[in-house]
Design a protein around this ligand. Structure first.
Ligand SMILES: [Ca+2]
Ligand SMILES: [Ca+2]
Ligand SMILES: [Ca+2]
Ligand SMILES: [Ca+2]
Length: 472
């Protein structure tokens, strides 16, 4: 019985030994047996904005390399990848598997990305503001929806540029350091659907370049009603001088653009040629600080005030209150030259704003502050009337940079020493009569050039805001 049991154990041992040997044999053979190249995609037909999960289930692979044309990421070595597509279209996704014996197998998918519901931001994700809008990343949706361009082809590519959105008409040029819109024409535009994070005022810093001897043309910033498509003007950069080259970019700022939180569609509307646009930096304007001074026409918190009464047209100005694009707060005045203003005089245009308590006493103050915006190249007198006479400074388009003014369609806050206001423009200064001010702002054309634009409606348009006297 014992012997019998020993014999049984011997055979059992032998069986285990043989089974183990068989196992070793199988393992050696598989070293030379190629694995399987297998992969799947969660879908090959998606709507724009959706993602695809690619999974490699290949066995015994030494390396796996994915390539996703038109997708992000463009490549991956991971077996499992989630891919997004920046544009609708048909793309190839390819898996390349390398085995230990150096053989290579591939598996290819054809991906169709479809279904645009314009307006759609480029890449499917709206840029957050504050932030940077790249000019070349205008919305999807094509001609008449996302952009308007005069010629169907991308002229930049025709002229030798690398391609970027080559099926579109907008003339995007790929430079060595920037990708930008080029070959602009009057009336061309591009839309940008953006996400405004906070309601408030923003400065739009347009990065523009022009190599033309006559410089570049103004770019208009507009908002587009997403339901009706109706546009509203938010400001203009103004024309600009040659920047030193077609890819030498400099900033032109439209200040204090009021935006409401949420999805907004903005438009850059070109008004002429010779204007390259790289990008627009959109910067939130910080809270406006209170002023230590005497406020005349300002919405800021201020120590004292003697409000200017609504300006009265005394000849050839139409004066309106504007509620968009103010320098500060929500209101500004527009003084618009018009020979049909109903109060015609010969030789000049003039409008008077009187203080609510007259005379205004500016004795404690040293500076007259006023924000102005214009593209007019004509001279302007900024004048105060006192019971002892009229005192003014002249803003001359070739010299008024003295006060920080520029005729570029952007707001400029001027701090003018009260001592610069001379009687009749060149006599004694206002100092002894600072307590006798009966008109706190007289806007008046300069005799020198008024006759040369008589009859040209709009040739003398000035925006005015934020008037106050300050100590320093
Ligand atoms: Ca074109
Ligand atoms: Ca064009
Ligand atoms: Ca750019
Ligand atoms: Ca204001």
């Amino acid at each position: 019985m014992i012997l019998k049991n020993s014999t049984r154990y011997f055979f059992l041992f032998l069986a285990v030994f043989i089974f183990s040997c068989e196992n070793d044999d199988v393992r050696e053979v598989t070293l030379y047996d190629k694995g399987l190249t297998e992969a799947n995609a969660s879908s090959t037909t998606i709507k724009f904005g959706e993602t695809i999960e690619f999974t490699s289930t290949s066995t015994k692979a030494l390396t796996t390399n994915w390539t996703f044309a038109g997708g992000a990421p463009g490549t991956s070595i991971n077996p499992n990848v989630t891919v997004t597509y920046a544009n609708p279209g048909t793309y190839e996704a390819q898996l390349v598997v390398k085995y230990i014996d150096n053989t290579i197998e591939t598996k290819t998918f054809t991906i169709v990305v479809s279904g645009i519901d314009p307006p759609l931001p480029f890449g499917g994700v709206a840029v957050d503001l504050e932030g940077t809008i790249e000019a070349e990343n205008y919305d999807l949706g094509g001609e008449g929806v996302a952009y308007h361009d005069n010629e169907e082809e991308n002229i930049a590519i025709t002229n030798g540029s690398a391609s970027y959105r080559e099926d579109d008409g907008t003339d995007v040029e790929v430079g060595t350091t920037t990708t930008h819109i080029s070959n602009t024409n009057d009336g061309e535009w591009t839309n940008y659907t953006v996400n405004v994070l906070e309601t408030g005022n923003y400065n739009f810093e347009f990065m523009v370049a022009s190599g033309s001897p006559t410089g570049g043309k103004s770019i208009r910033l507009q908002s587009v009603n997403q339901s009706t498509g109706v546009t509203t003007n938010l400001g203009e950069t103004g024309n600009f001088a040659n920047t030193g080259g077609w890819t030498t970019f400099t900033s032109k700022t439209i200040s204090n653009v009021s935006l409401t939180a949420g999805s907004n569609t903005l438009r850059f509307h070109f008004t002429g040629g010779d204007t390259n646009l790289d990008k627009v930096n959109v910067i939130a304007v910080g809270p406006v600080l209170p002023i230590n001074g005497l406020g005349v026409f300002t919405e800021r918190a201020i120590t004292a005030s003697n409000l200017g009464q609504a300006p009265v047209n005394n000849g050839n100005f139409i004066i309106t209150t504007v509620n968009t694009g103010a320098y500060e707060g929500t209101n500004a005045y527009l003084y618009s030259f018009n020979v049909n203003s109903g109060n015609n005089v010969t030789g000049y245009a003039l409008s008077v704003m009187s203080p609510s308590t007259s005379p205004l006493d500016a004795t404690p103050y040293n500076y007259y502050n006023i924000a102005l915006k214009t593209t007019s190249t004509k001279n302007l007198r900024v004048r105060m009337n006192t019971s002892a006479g009229n005192y003014w400074i002249t803003l001359n388009s070739t010299t008024d940079e003295t006060y920080g003014m520029a005729r570029d369609g952007a707001w400029h806050a001027l701090k003018i020493p009260l001592a610069d206001f001379k009687k009749d423009g060149s006599g004694e200064n206002i100092l002894p009569n600072k307590d006798k001010i009966v008109a706190c702002l007289v806007m008046r054309t300069d005799d020198a050039d008024y006759p040369t634009y008589s009859g040209l409606t709009g040739a003398f348009d000035w925006y005015v805001d934020d008037i106050f006297y300050s100590v320093d």
